[in-house]
Design a protein around this ligand. Structure first.
Ligand SMILES: NC(=O)c1ccc[n+]([C@@H]2O[C@H](COP(=O)([O-])OP(=O)(O)OC[C@H]3O[C@@H](n4cnc5c(N)ncnc54)[C@H](OP(=O)(O)O)[C@@H]3O)[C@@H](O)[C@H]2O)c1
Length: 305
């Protein structure tokens, strides 16, 4: 099969290559998925799981990309819950070959049915940002109606979904980002916006929950924005500062079928939308992941037209 592979960690996205790889086989409890659309996060190329398996053994050439939408083409031994021919989408194991390929073998429990009225391109854009937003807000942040939530990067992939879900949950949402992102964040439902380039972040303090996707200096200053008993949730690595009287949680997104179903239902009925920036073919994927100009929104690879 055709796949994008990486062999050299130092080369980054410039080291991605289109290659021929053996079609994977569905192991126990897996499904084999005919990939229609695939999502990739550039940060993957810095994660150990891209280069080694769970025992730390070299697994290159590795196929990156861990979001997919496609059709089940075979079941592994003992696999239940999904059937051949079913449309599916989801987040695949970080330590196995990924989704920038014509086929991917995935544990069935990591996938959810993709309704027939949701395009594969949209399906592949949902798993990481959707699950990260859901888990950060509801599991780790325990958001409640009436609470205030400050969402960093509210115009970005994760932040825009956090903003929409938090509003739907009845929270008061303050979005942040660059000056140019103000209208986008407000369009996603933020009720206020803090321009991190020009406004004083500290003026927005006293919130129940901060959802940080940026880290660094913004992450350090965010701890002080949390009211007593509130929570700082971060996806940008271990927090360098913690709220004086509150919780700090950092986490890595996990696959979850029930949450994927909740997310895709919201896309179907118009409560949730993702930002898709560029759609390219597998043949053009390397160029798409090495753009000469900044692309806003997620790049999705349409593996089958
Ligand atoms: N832990 C996990 O499980 C997990 C899961 C998903 C994502 N992540 C990580 O979370 C981060 C965000 O992911 P994403 O998909 O939401 O990225 P994204 O789409 O690029 O969104 C980030 C947003 O924050 C803005 N931003 C970044 N730095 C800023 C700064 N210093 N000042 C003002 N605005 C700033 C960006 O603006 P510009 O585009 O203009 O820079 C963008 O609008 C990434 O590092 C990703 O790897 C972690």
């Amino acid at each position: 099969m055709k796949a994008i592979v990486v062999t050299d960690e130092a080369a980054g996205t410039a080291g991605m290559m289109l290659a021929k790889r053996p079609q994977p086989e569905a192991a126990g409890n897996d499904v084999l998925v005919e990939v229609h659309a695939s999502g990739f996060t550039p940060g993957e190329l810095t994660w150990p799981s891209t280069w080694t398996d769970r025992l730390g053994r070299d697994r290159t050439p590795s196929i990156p990309g861990h979001e997919l939408a496609g059709v089940v083409s075979a079941l592994g031994y003992g696999t239940t819950g999904l059937s051949v021919g079913q449309r599916v989408f989801g987040l695949t194991d970080w330590t196995r070959d990924g989704t920038l390929a014509e086929y991917a073998a995935v544990e069935a429990r990591n996938l959810a049915p993709l309704p027939g009225d949701v395009d594969f391109t949209v399906g592949a854009s949902l798993p990481i940002s959707g699950l990260t937003a859901w888990q950060g807000l509801f599991e780790h942040g325990r958001v409640q109606a009436g609470q205030s939530v400050l969402v960093h990067g509210a115009a970005g992939g994760v932040g825009s979904i956090v903003t929409q879900l938090a509003r739907e949950a009845g929270a008061y949402v303050i979005g942040t980002g660059r000056a140019a992102d103000r209208q986008t964040a407000l369009d996603f439902g933020a009720q206020e916006f803090v321009d991190l380039e020009n406004d004083a972040l500290e003026d927005a303090g006293g919130v129940d929950l901060v959802f940080d996707v940026i880290g660094g200096d913004i992450g350090r200053r965010s701890a002080g924005l949390v009211r007593a008993g509130g929570t700082l949730v971060t996806i940008a690595g271990p927090p360098e500062a913690r709220p004086a009287d509150g919780r700090a949680v950092d986490f890595v997104v996990e696959a979850d079928r029930a949450q994927l179903k909740e997310i895709v239902q919201r896309v179907r009925d118009g409560r949730l939308r993702t930002v898709i920036g560029n759609v390219a073919t597998l043949e053009d994927a390397v160029a798409a992941f090495n753009p000469t100009e900044r692309v806003k929104g997620k790049t999705i690879i349409r593996v089958r037209p």
